[in-house]
Design a protein around this ligand. Structure first.
Ligand SMILES: C[S@@+](CC[C@H](N)C(=O)[O-])C[C@H]1O[C@@H](n2cnc3c(N)ncnc32)[C@H](O)[C@@H]1O
Length: 265
């Protein structure tokens, strides 16, 4: 494809990601999102992706899918419930890529859909979800034990004394009304732990404090450093470990308990 043909394609489609196409041309995505995307992109490059099955949830134009492919993934699947035609009609053929993208709502994702994954990428979506806990549970169910997940999301910065979820609607959202789920760091770390995701690394976009000093020895963290921004962005690298929570509690949380009918103690 020569430069003029590429320019025609760029005119034809709407882009969110800025993706390098040739030495001189990139897709005209949103530059404001680039510093936010750079943190999970760097996190992705620290993982051993070679020969792994990778799932990118909320993949949009495929910035993270194409990076995973470049890093040697065996298979990359991207899902989005509002699929990018720019990716399907232009980017995948342009790169001669083996990335597969599907229009699929995360809430409909099951292990039977695509099987299990070694690595899951989940940047820029969690804070848009009205059903965050169940969404994370569905994600856990398609990640292999020992598998890695990168979660990037907006977080509510407070003193982290309690595990909190700020869930504004309408104009109370610090972003815009589709952004309705802002865990504080303790809230997200504890939620992840309760889903067998052990947090291995955290990077904040703005408040660079030593977060790993907070990490599990138990589930008590305290952040005493001054907080400059009340909403920040955090990238978590986690691995899925054998179940940590008590099965009876998990059953109750998942509404699969039967203590009353079986009279079990
Ligand atoms: C802010 S964009 C982030 C895109 C990309 N992950 C990134 O970090 O640059 C959020 C994307 O998630 C998708 N999305 C939102 N809710 C979803 C859901 N329930 N299932 C699948 N995709 C979803 C949106 O359509 C959108 O493309």
């Amino acid at each position: 494809m020569d430069e003029n043909q590429i320019l025609q394609q760029l005119e034809k489609h709407k882009f969110y990601h800025i993706i390098q196409l040739t030495e001189n041309l990139s897709t005209p995505g949103d530059p404001v999102a680039v510093p936010i995307q750079d943190v999970p992109l760097r996190a992705l490059r620290t993982l051993d992706i070679k020969d792994k099955r990778v799932l990118d949830i909320g993949c949009r134009d495929g910035l993270f899918c194409f990076e995973a492919e470049k890093l040697g993934a065996k298979e990359v699947i991207g899902i989005d419930n509002d699929l990018s035609m720019a990716a399907i009609e232009f980017l995948i053929p342009f790169f001669n890529s083996t990335v597969k993208m599907y229009q699929l709502n995360l809430l409909d994702l099951k292990p039977e859909t695509f099987g299990m994954f070694d690595v899951i990428l989940f940047p820029g979506v969690l804070y848009h979800l009205r059903y965050p806990f169940w969404s994370l549970k569905l994600i856990k169910d398609v990640l292999q034990e020992g598998g890695k997940i990168i979660i990037e999301t907006a977080v509510y910065m407070d003193d982290n004394q309690k595990a909190m979820l700020f869930c504004p609607i309408g104009s109370e959202s610090p972003y815009e009304p589709t952004s309705c789920t802002f865990f504080n760091l303790k809230g997200l770390m504890d939620t992840l732990l309760s889903l067998d995701f052990v947090v291995e690394d955290i990077e904040l976009l703005h408040n660079n404090i030593d977060l790993l000093s907070l990490a599990p020895e138990g589930i008590t963290y305290s952040i005493t450093q001054p907080i400059k921004h009340w909403i920040d962005r955090a990238t978590f690298i986690c691995s899925k470990q054998p179940s940590i929570e008590q099965p009876r509690v998990m059953d109750y949380w998942n509404s699969t308990h039967d203590v009353h009918t079986t009279q079990k103690l």
